[in-house]
Write a protein that binds this ligand. Sequence first.
Ligand code: COA
Length: 197
Amino acid sequence: MFAIPLGDGAELRPLEPWQAEEFLAHMDRGRDYIGRYVGLPGITADLDSARAWLQAYADKTAADTGRLYGIRLEGRLVGGVLLRVFDTATGTCEAGCWLEPDAAGRGLVTRAVRVVIDWAIEARGMHRVEWLVAPENTASVNVARRLGMTREGLKHEDDPYRGVRQDTEIWSVLAPDWRAARASGVRDPAQLRPRSA
Ligand SMILES: CC(C)(COP(=O)(O)OP(=O)(O)OC[C@H]1O[C@@H](n2cnc3c(N)ncnc32)[C@H](O)[C@@H]1OP(=O)(O)O)[C@@H](O)C(=O)NCCC(=O)NCCS
């Protein structure tokens, strides 16, 4: 089983259907916190649905249409990073993330998503990585900023969540900007070639 060190005792590892019980226990620890803006807790409410969701990502991995990785802190599953969309035909993918509350505020997600974006761009030739987020989700907007993404716009009331239509901000980073930032040692591609928001 591979593990990519993220520093400070954290690692990025595969997250697979056989780990459904551990995943459910993790989700139970973070259900309220994670569910404020994203529907993941709702679709992984019990062991069967948790296993089905992990299996859906195992199927996406096999079909090369998505990816899912767990973030572990001192061995314990505390969050995850996913490529919800992974379209090799267009070179476009969409990244997402979550943490249980005790693991937030340490930079784990930003480091984990950097690993996944590096892989998507450098190993898989993706041109565009998107980040979709509710405008009120400041912590996630800040992750997009720290990754050097550019805010492209707002989809109005496109996301019916818990009975209310929510707006969605679209952020992205393009491969040339990601590479230029890495080559120059700058973490934030937007500092090199700002795109209009
Ligand atoms: C979105 C979410 C994952 C962000 O978590 P997070 O802990 O704020 O993000 P990171 O792991 O990148 O950590 C960054 C924070 O750690 C701090 N930090 C502490 N030590 C750090 C270090 N060594 N390196 C980097 N950052 C560090 C940063 O200052 C930052 O805090 P700040 O935003 O208050 O300044 C989390 O809020 C969450 O799970 N929300 C619910 C699910 C969700 O909304 N997912 C996103 C859907 S779009």
